[in-house]
Ligand binder design. Structure first.
Ligand code: HEC
Length: 106
């Protein structure tokens, strides 16, 4: 009798905890370099605002410095926008990435 009484509670509690876990995972998860590039950098780079940066083998340290310091039309980005781990991965990825023929601009 007791077990049956608990069943509805378990059914309600299970999806709720799954959702909490998912939301937490999203905040803690590090975005992939390709995703960070596509959602932040490609707004300008490869789209006629910033210079093409893929396929140029730019040094990792140079890319990291640009992102944190900015220059002219290039906005500086804080660790709250791109975490240090994300920037490490992103700069390495950009440095090694081949040219993307879908991109255009200088
Ligand atoms: C709002 C537009 C904009 C966004 C978003 C942006 N950039 Fe830029 N970026 C620029 C512009 C404009 C320049 C050229 C600045 C200059 O030459 O003085 C630039 C320059 C650079 C350079 C130097 C390129 C060179 O030829 O020397 C690097 C590296 C760079 N950006 C990386 C990034 C990365 C990585 C991101 C994403 C995290 C990013 N930028 C996001 C506009 C942007």
């Amino acid at each position: 009798m007791r077990r049956w009484a608990l069943l509805p509670l378990m059914l309600v509690a299970a999806p709720a905890s799954a959702q909490t876990g998912q939301a937490l995972g999203q905040t803690l998860a590090q975005r992939s370099p390709a995703k960070t590039y596509a959602s932040i950098c490609a707004y300008c780079h490869g789209h006629n605002v910033g210079p093409i940066i893929l396929g140029r083998k730019l040094p990792v340290e140079y890319i990291q410095a640009m992102v944190r310091a900015g220059r002219n039309g290039m906005p500086a980005m804080r660790p709250t926008e791109i975490s240090p781990a994300e920037l490490d991965a992103l700069a390495t990825w950009i440095s090694k990435a081949p040219k993307d023929i879908k991109e255009h601009g200088q």
